[in-house]
Design a protein. Sequence first.
Lengths: 130, 130
Amino acid sequence: MTARDLTKNQEMVLGALSAADGPLSAYTILDRLRDRGFRAPLQVYRALDKLLDYGLVHRLESINAFVACAHPHCHGHGSIAFAICEKCGQVEEFSDATVQSRLGDWSREHGFKPSKTAIEIRGTCATCLA
Amino acid sequence: MTARDLTKNQEMVLGALSAADGPLSAYTILDRLRDRGFRAPLQVYRALDKLLDYGLVHRLESINAFVACAHPHCHGHGSIAFAICEKCGQVEEFSDATVQSRLGDWSREHGFKPSKTAIEIRGTCATCLA
DNA sequence: TTCGTTGCGTAACGCTATAACGTCCGTTAT
DNA sequence: ATAACGGACGTTATAGCGTTACGCAACGAA
């Protein structure tokens, strides 16, 4: 399941995301990989699906974009939160045990079985405020 | 700003959302309002924009859909969380002061000025588990 | 009146994601 | 070996979500 043996396409998509200084849309990834042989969205989406499975990439639901995981080595990092700057596009990835446990409590109390949690704060980062 | 005087279109869109038993996509709203004169997506999106402003409607980022606010009378309810059942589509809206304050703390500590926060738990609801 | 703002209607377009084929290749079981 | 299977891949087409750009009408403020 935690297959760290990436295919060529997965390697390239992860490479594109790691090289970027912020989140990328699937179509932007496609464009950046065109000269490496990519031709269709599905090539990107299929690779992303796997990378998401492996926890190497995160999806930012509120902006339809993807980022390489900032902490790819500590797997199992429950639910992660993101602070997304609407001015510069930079994303900070963090996790908070209290938040996680509170949301876990709510789920337990309501008989809800969570599969994936998205926590995304949109706003303006410190750099852009200065 | 908190204009409770809705226009005809806003009224109809809010009505469609309130009548629905779950979240609706903009295009589904459009279809349901076609016989009331709606013809183009923009009519829906413009109404939704205002309703979101007024806090009468929420957007579910992770499924590109919209719901009528469950507590439209207590405005100013900071950041709201949603539990979205992937089986039946039902959504539970709730808010947790601890979660809000933890995320607020993080923002303060990092000089991040939040504008809008999305918290969405996807999973399976109690009813569907039974 | 004149101007600015707000909402509305229509058409066209762009971005995001998936469906439905078929192919190739490596693994496993017989 | 080879048949059968699963997984990744390539291509085309299509579905779904959202916006741009234009013009018009109504209303309130200067």
